[in-house]
Design a protein around this ligand. Structure first.
Ligand SMILES: [Zn+2]
Length: 323
């Protein structure tokens, strides 16, 4: 987006992203037989440790739980007794619509990851593929992760006509920006309603302008942190053609974004900026921080994010923001 005046670069610590350098379960439940049908399923809850036995070749254990909020869910079966092969199935509350399954033929655990609706009951079936044990428990857990939060306000640019511009100051990041851009188009959890999210050489066509800057580590509250990148959301004073100014994405819609990548952190190894650029793209599209979940790309690096690409909680948050 072309500027009508020189925009003074401001450092927004709240928007900036920085680098620096387990919890116990909520409770324990043992199964109550007979729970061999979905209508007699044992009740469990988010983050509980659940134990049960598959005590004969015909024994089937059903569990049910109700979500508190929309999110993504790990349904995990572990401690499968040695010599046994148990499988895990996730059903809708009717007990007849299979939503997902995990049926590995090796190892002692099964895992389903699934996008769950809010305030909805789900049912889980555990049964033997081979073997059973009258003495050894399996362990079963459900853990529900909230979707990545979104900013209250919106990017006004048509999400189906998004191009980005790379200023010469950020040219060393061009291929990494392209990788990050494509990661939001196809996340691995599905195609997003986002087109084409490719580079344009005409800044007037750009909804997201990339620049670099240079900042050595800074002191925040007595902690030394290295800035990685930052996203600024811009509206215009007089509509589409007025003077650009930075807005708070929770109080005002915005027309376009500027993303800055810190050369201090990345210029010696530009491709190592992938996670930061994917994260900043997320801000440009209206997603906020998800610092409670280290498996979200919208977790800040200072909160020990462990992923470098879009995850399920981020994908479904984007879908919700841009249906
Ligand atoms: Zn951030």
């Amino acid at each position: 987006m072309r500027k009508t005046i020189l925009v003074i670069i401001v450092t927004l610590l709240l928007l900036g992203d920085f680098s620096m350098i387990a919890n116990a379960s909520a409770g324990t439940i043992y199964e109550t037989e007979s729970n061999n049908t979905h209508s007699t399923a044992d009740v469990t809850y988010n983050d509980y440790d659940n134990y049960g036995k598959i005590s004969s070749s015909s024994d089937i254990d059903w569990w049910k739980f109700t979500t508190a909020y929309e999110g993504c869910c790990n349904v995990w079966l572990g401690s499968i007794p040695s010599g046994c092969d148990y499988d895990l199935y996730l059903y809708s509350s009717s007990g007849t619509t299979l939503l997902a399954s995990s049926t590995k033929r090796t190892g002692s655990q099964e895992l389903i990851r699934f996008h769950l609706s809010a305030n909805t009951q789900y049912k889980v079936k555990i049964q033997s593929y081979s073997g059973y044990s009258t003495s050894k428990n399996y362990k079963f857990r459900v853990f529900n992760y909230p979707l990545t939060p979104a900013h209250t306000k919106n990017l006004l640019w048509n999400i189906e006509s998004i191009y980005y511009y790379v200023d010469s100051s950020a040219s060393i990041y061009t291929s990494t920006i392209a990788d990050a851009a494509y990661n939001w188009v196809y996340t691995g959890f599905g195609w997003n309603n986002l087109y084409p999210n490719t580079q344009t050489s005409n800044i007037s066509d750009s909804a997201i302008d990339f620049y670099s800057y240079y900042s050595p580590p800074v002191n925040i509250g007595g902690v030394t942190v290295t800035p990685l990148g930052e996203t600024s959301h811009y509206a215009r004073e007089y509509g589409t053609y007025g003077t650009p100014y930075i807005v708070n994405a929770d109080t005002e819609d915005w027309l376009f974004n500027e993303i800055r990548i810190n050369n201090y952190a990345f210029s010696s190894n530009p491709s190592s900026s992938l996670a930061t650029i994917v994260h900043e793209f997320g801000h440009a599209f209206g997603l906020a921080h998800n610092n409670d979940n280290v498996n979200s790309i919208m977790c800040q690096d200072i909160y020990d994010r462990v992923v470098s690409t879009v995850q399920d909680v981020d994908h479904w948050a984007f879908v919700k923001k841009h249906p």
